[in-house]
Structures are given as structure tokens and as C-alpha cells.
Design a protein around this ligand. Structure first.
Ligand SMILES: Cc1ncc(C[n+]2csc(CCOP(=O)(O)OP(=O)(O)O)c2C)c(N)n1
Ligand code: SF4
Length: 297
């Protein structure tokens, strides 16, 4: 498509509200990638809804000029599922933080993967609860308490003696749940993230993108430099349809791969299955009515 034929540009999706995130917050980069991806997909704002939970990152729907739903902490996926199930023609994009999506809302993720509704879930992963002042989230990387870490209590105010729980790996969880599209992005690479988003939005089924998005105010350990040093591009010969290879990448021992990790094409969605029931039910009903007519007329 040439630029001249484009109806929507990234600017078309900007709302009148200015983001109130802290200077240096990674969520700015994620938002700019989302604008670019929406323009590349030429999503009609009148047919698009952005749904979020609660958190700094969950403010995002306010900054996008589509329909939006700033819902309840951890409940973005159920709200989005209801919207997509009742209005399948809408483009549904779900956004939020790692606390929102993997902690209080974590139980919804495998079920969204099972239903495989055609929507995209973009998590801004800053490895902490930003809005509520830096408590540990399920992806926090603070040392374990038993390793007697020297943790600066001013930096990690609610965890001065270290973590008492293990952290979880959201990408491994998503691959294990057979989420039909699993990817990782990084807010400091907005063009790469935009490209991943385009692939996710174009994918038929439920797509999860975990995008590292530094929180310089509450997490001074996972900084932009940390993510820059710890991330690497997925090797060109990686086959995302290979679940075993995807799992190995998702659980890489020394770094975090950026790109599409896993893709299950042609996985049926709940709506495909329901359509098939509807067809069979109509046939059965017609046959029953026919036989009743034959018997009594
Ligand atoms: C039911 C409920 N429990 C707790 C809270 C408090 N709360 C609001 S946002 C938040 C965590 C936000 O962290 P995250 O989802 O990672 O988003 P971030 O702010 O880091 O972008 C919590 C615990 C709430 N609003 N509702
Ligand atoms: S507290 Fe962290 S996540 Fe929230 S706006 Fe500030 S930098 Fe971003």
C-alpha cells in the first residue's frame, strides 16, 4: 500500500489526552509502537476498542482515539472476551501491566489462550507494580530472601529482605497454554515492537506480546540499559511453529529473546466451534420439524 492511499496515519490514533506517565517511562515507547501498528493495519477507530485493567500502563486507552474501556484491576481479559464474543467484527486490543495480567488477572490468561478469540493482549512488563509504588510483581527479579541479599530498602521498600516467592516466566506459561501467538518486544525498540504488533493484530486467534517497558521511578534495577544488555534478537532460523524450540527460547537461561517466539496457525477459536454447533443445531432442528410434520400431517 502506498502512503497516498492510507486513510489513517499514526497521528490519527492520538487522542486529545496527553499521557501523564513519568519522564522516561517505557510506556511512551509502547504507545508510539501501537499508533504505528494501528496505522499499518489501517484499523478503523470506529470499529476498534482498546481495553485495559488498572495500573500506570492501563491508562493507555485514554491516549488512543478509538473506543476504550479502562476496567478493573486484573479483569481486562474477561471484559475484552465479552466484547469480542458479542461483537466479533470489532478489533479488540487489550493492554495492561505485568501485575494486572500475570498476578491478579493471571488466571484468565490460559483460558483466553484456550478460547483463542481473535484479539491481541499487549503487556507492558516493568517487572514491578508501578502505580502502587513498586511492590513485587510476578515477574520481579529481586533476589530470594534465603540468599541473604543486600537490598537497598529505599529502592525496594516492600521487599527489603528479598523475594519470598519465585518469579514466573510469562512466555513459557503462554507457550505451555498453547497461546496461538507469543512474542516479546521492548519499548526502546518501538519499530520492532510495531512490527510484532502488526503480526499479532493480523494473526487469526489470541496473541500475547510481553513488552519490556522500564519504570525508572519504581524500578531502578531493570533499567533501559539492563533490558538493552539482556535482550537479543530471535535467531533468523527459529521456526515459531516448533513448540519445543519456542519453549527453549522462552526459557533461555541467560537472556530475553525479542521477536515472535511461538505461532500456532489454524488453531480453531471458540467462535469457529460455536459456528459449527449452530449449523448442526439448525440441521437437527429442521430434521426434527420435518419428521414431526411427516408423522402428523
Ligand atoms: C482489586 C484491586 N486490587 C489492588 C488494586 C491496587 N492496584 C492498582 S494498580 C496495581 C498494580 C499495578 O501494577 P501493574 O499492573 O504491573 O501496572 P503498572 O502500574 O506497573 O503499569 C495495584 C496492586 C486495585 N486497584 N484493585
Ligand atoms: S511509576 Fe513507573 S510505570 Fe508508572 S508512569 Fe512512572 S515510570 Fe511509568
Amino acid at each position: 500500500m502506498t502512503t497516498a492511499t492510507l486513510t489513517y496515519t499514526p497521528k490519527s490514533y492520538k487522542s486529545d489526552l496527553k499521557p501523564i506517565w513519568c519522564p522516561g517511562c517505557g510506556d511512551f515507547g509502547v504507545l508510539s509502537a501501537l499508533y504505528k501498528a494501528m496505522a499499518q493495519c489501517q484499523l478503523d477507530p470506529n470499529n476498534t476498542v482498546v481495553v485495559s485493567g488498572i495500573g500506570c500502563s492501563s491508562r493507555l486507552p485514554g491516549f488512543v482515539s478509538t473506543y476504550g474501556f479502562h476496567s478493573v484491576h486484573g479483569r481486562a481479559l474477561p471484559v475484552a472476551t465479552g466484547i469480542k464474543a458479542s461483537r466479533p467484527e470489532l478489533n479488540v486490543i487489550v493492554v495492561g501491566g505485568d501485575g494486572d495480567g500475570y498476578s491478579i488477572g493471571g488466571g484468565h490468561l490460559p483460558h483466553a489462550a484456550r478460547r483463542n478469540l481473535n484479539m491481541t493482549y499487549l503487556i507492558m512488563n516493568n517487572n514491578t507494580y508501578g502505580l502502587t509504588k513498586g511492590q513485587v510483581s510476578p515477574t520481579s527479579m529481586i533476589p530470594r530472601a534465603s540468599s541473604n541479599p543486600k537490598i537497598d530498602p529505599k529502592r525496594w521498600r516492600t521487599t527489603p529482605y528479598g523475594m519470598v516467592e519465585d518469579h514466573l516466566d510469562p512466555l513459557a506459561l503462554a507457550v505451555a497454554a498453547d497461546c496461538s501467538f507469543v512474542a516479546r518486544g521492548f519499548s526502546y525498540k518501538p519499530n520492532v515492537l510495531a512490527d510484532i504488533l502488526v503480526q499479532a493484530i493480523s494473526h487469526k486467534g489470541f496473541s500475547l506480546i510481553d513488552a519490556f517497558s522500564p519504570c525508572p521511578t519504581m524500578n531502578q534495577d531493570q533499567t533501559d540499559d539492563y533490558y538493552k544488555n539482556m535482550t537479543f534478537d530471535i535467531p533468523a532460523d527459529h521456526d515459531p511453529s516448533n513448540k519445543t524450540a519456542a519453549f527453549a527460547l522462552a526459557t533461555h537461561p541467560t537472556g530475553y529473546p525479542i521477536g515472535v517466539i511461538y505461532k500456532h496457525v489454524n488453531k480453531p477459536s471458540m467462535q469457529d466451534e460455536e459456528a459449527s454447533i449452530r449449523g448442526r443445531f439448525t440441521n437437527d432442528l429442521t430434521a426434527t420439524i420435518d419428521s414431526l410434520f411427516r408423522r402428523y400431517l
